[in-house]
Design a protein around this ligand. Structure first.
Ligand SMILES: NC(=O)C1=CN([C@@H]2O[C@H](COP(=O)(O)OP(=O)(O)OC[C@H]3O[C@@H](n4cnc5c(N)ncnc54)[C@H](O)[C@@H]3O)[C@@H](O)[C@H]2O)C=CC1
Ligand SMILES: O=C(O)[C@H]1O[C@H](OP(=O)(O)OP(=O)(O)OC[C@H]2O[C@@H](n3ccc(=O)[nH]c3=O)[C@H](O)[C@@H]2O)[C@H](O)[C@@H](O)[C@@H]1O
Length: 626
């Protein structure tokens, strides 16, 4: 079968047998931005063995069962992905390796390095094993089968070179940030870590190991790996698969347990398809085959960048509309609700706010734009870059609005920031809009900037604030500066002139959550499902403890140091403690007049808040004239 496959071939396989043909038409894989000049001949050496021709159906390579997996990169993707794969495949040995010794120690301890609802229980089961069965009374029915007594099959290690040769498949899940210097600075993907790991894999892997791109990478990265193999291990057979991850922070466990789809891109050869089938075998132990989509490898690599870019594009679109709303009297929440009811548009990703944060949207858009630019598609590059431009505009507009309403001076004023993480229910602070807003406010020399976040470790926030270079020291109050991180929301807000809602934690709302534009989105539903109580509750019978003992933490564990077990005893994300709504009446009573609330996430009921004597300025709402 050639690359120009038939329509029937190109459909997602729904029959239970993985589709064997790339879904993209011939020549769709032309040119790689970061890897080839747009005028280069298309290099198809990646395909190696001749693709099947029509009628060559008998030429098949049997797929192998994967029994051991090495995941390189113990981060937000590598850790949770490995945990779920191990949890759902007790017969597969999954080892996560990372060069960061501290991170690995935390994965091997009671306090994991990242907080995700439901993750610690999954890790405990796979990493520590279960002594006895845990039946229906302690888990949701759909997870009962996994909770038989089991031996550990999830391991964390720093020994990368030892793990790779003992694995049937190696998942590369390392960071792929934006290049900060050299060619493509500020736009191209920095492939340093990815390339280093690919080299390690090629150096140590046994022949026939399946190499899986889990990281988000530029289109044609598989070609780069193939060329490295050709030089370093000529004549040997390694299949390279693209298998991008779509989990979102804060809902990672549920996203991994119930993904919309799994994409596996492979070479259009019998060997490539057999490797894709092997990987599909791992996922099919808990995911229906109809959700496993096979494509050619370039489509898969590109699809990940496009998915993130289009989600972010929706946000910049609604945020641009919020500016029009503020100038006209239209309400952005109402506009979102109105357009979201159009089933063609859908409700998701229409919540206006101060803009998207997180480690990926910005960099993936930049990468897509760079790809376009490298291909000579300048208009396309410009189009996508505007998504990031609009995002920064939105955040800066908000900060400027705060300063303007406070008479353009913050010198004697206390500003309280509610929420520091880039989104609720995560401790991930990467590219959080909060930090940029704090920088802008610091320029105004305020009396105090107070920060409260219900999910982030206070020490982590303090370290990030301390690292703000352009402002010199001291910045933190402990060092004699004006920024103070609080563990109590009321102390943070007391005596403040203005409170800024920067992250939309549900507990910051002043009315119970009812119907918001996307309150029924999958993410929200998943988040509700993902609370530990709903994933793997502890046994009902107090005396019954199927878990093996958890390993202790190292002396440098930040959770132990701060005295709070985030995600367990923290009031907002507590395992056993229900979330508590913030008592705005109490806050209003302790604020300085005039009392300002700047709602950067459109979660405040303005009339209700006004009754408490607080003036509200909200994104996408006209507010008070200045
Ligand atoms: N964070 C997220 O929610 C998502 C991220 N992605 C993509 O997944 C990839 C990984 O992202 P994160 O997990 O967030 O990154 P991360 O920064 O949390 O983790 C990456 C890990 O790789 C390790 N590493 C780097 N170079 C290494 C080397 N040479 N040897 C061994 N370990 C090495 C680092 O020490 C780090 O622990 C990126 O390409 C990202 O775009 C995809 C979907 C979701
Ligand atoms: O590649 C990645 O890293 C991941 O990026 C996003 O996940 P994530 O960034 O973790 O979280 P999102 O829920 O997408 O939120 C991103 C940002 O958009 C903001 N957002 C989201 C939705 C919305 O309606 N409005 C809005 O402002 C959030 O507050 C947050 O700052 C994608 O949703 C994932 O599918 C993808 O795997």
């Amino acid at each position: 079968m050639s690359l120009s496959s038939s329509a029937a071939d190109s459909e997602t396989n729904v029959s239970g047998d993985i589709s064997t043909v790339p879904t993209t038409p011939d020549r769709s894989q032309s040119g790689s931005p970061g890897l080839h000049d747009s005028n280069d001949e298309v290099d198809n050496s990646f395909e190696k063995a001749s693709p099947l021709k029509n009628g060559d159906a008998e030429y098949r390579v049997p797929s192998r069962t994967i029994r051991s997996i090495c995941v390189v990169g113990a981060g937000y993707v590598g850790g949770p992905t490995a945990a779920i794969v191990a949890y759902k495949n007790p017969h597969v040995r999954v080892t996560v390796v990372d060069r960061d010794d501290r991170r690995i120690r935390r994965w091997n301890s009671r306090h994991l390095p990242i907080y995700e609802p439901g993750l610690s229980e999954i890790v405990r089961i796979s990493r520590d094993g279960l002594q006895g069965s845990c039946e229906k009374d302690c888990v949701e029915a759909h997870d009962t089968a996994e909770l038989k007594a089991r031996s550990p099959n999830l391991f964390f290690s720093t020994d990368v070179s030892q793990c790779i040769p003992n694995s049937d498949a190696v998942f590369i899940a390392v960071n792929t940030p934006t290049k900060m210097r050299g060619t493509g600075k500020g736009s191209a993907t920095d492939m340093t870590s990815f390339e280093a790991v690919a080299a390690e894999v090629i150096r140590h892997a046994q022949n026939n190991t399946i190499i899986v791109e889990k990281s988000t990478v530029p289109c044609r990265t598989a070609q780069m790996i193939q060329e490295m193999i050709t030089i370093q291990r000529p004549g040997e057979d390694f299949e390279i698969l693209s298998n991008p991850e779509f989990l979102a922070a804060g809902t990672a466990v549920q996203d991994l347990l119930h993904p919309d789809r799994i994409i596996i891109g492979s070479a259009p050869t019998p060997e490539g398809r057999a490797a894709a089938e092997s990987l599909a075998g791992v996922y099919s132990s808990w995911i229906d085959r109809s959700r496993i989509l096979t494509t050619n490898v370039w489509s898969s690599e590109l699809a990940k960048l496009v998915a993130n870019s289009m989600l972010a594009q929706r946000l910049s679109s609604i945020n641009s509309i919020s500016a029009i709303c503020e100038a006209t009297g239209a309400e952005v929440n109402e506009v979102s609700a109105a357009i979201g009811m159009d089933t063609r548009l859908g409700k998701s990703f229409l919540r206006a706010g101060i803009g998207f944060g997180g480690s990926c949207f910005k960099k993936d858009i930049a990468s897509l734009a760079y790809i376009a630019e490298s291909l000579g598609l300048d208009e396309v590059a410009h189009y996508w870059r505007q998504v990031n431009v609009m995002n920064e505009y939105q955040r800066d507009r908000f900060a400027a609005r705060v300063i303007r309403h406070l008479n353009s001076t913050l010198v004697t004023k206390k500003i309280c920031i509610l929420g520091y993480a880039f989104k609720p229910n995560t401790s991930d602070t990467r590219e959080a809009p909060a930090l940029e807003i704090i920088k802008t406010l610091l320029d105004e020399n305020p009396h105090e900037i107070a920060i409260f976040d219900p999910c982030c470790n206070r020490l982590v926030i303090e370290n990030e604030i301390r690292a703000l270079q352009p402002y010199g020291s001291p910045i933190l109050s402990d060092d004699g500066g004006c920024v103070k991180v609080y563990s109590n929301v009321y102390e943070a807000c007391a005596d403040s002139n203005a409170v800024l809602i920067v992250t939309d934690f549900p507990e910051f709302r002043n009315t119970p959550v009812t119907v918001s534009p996307d309150s029924k989105t999958q993410s929200t539903q998943r988040l509700q499902e993902a609370t530990p109580a709903n994933t793997l509750s502890p046994p009902v019978t107090a005396s019954y403890e199927p878990f093996n003992a958890e390993p202790d933490c190292s002396a440098d564990c930040p959770d132990c140091q701060s005295g709070i077990t985030y995600g367990e005893s923290n009031p907002s994300v507590g395992k056993d403690v229900p979330k508590e709504q913030v008592n705005w009446k109490k806050i209003a009573g302790e604020m300085r007049s005039p009392k300002w609330l700047f709602d950067g996430r459109c979660i405040i009921n303005i009339p209700e808040m006004t009754k408490l004597g607080i003036r509200v300025e909200s994104i996408g709402s006209a507010g008070l004239a200045v």
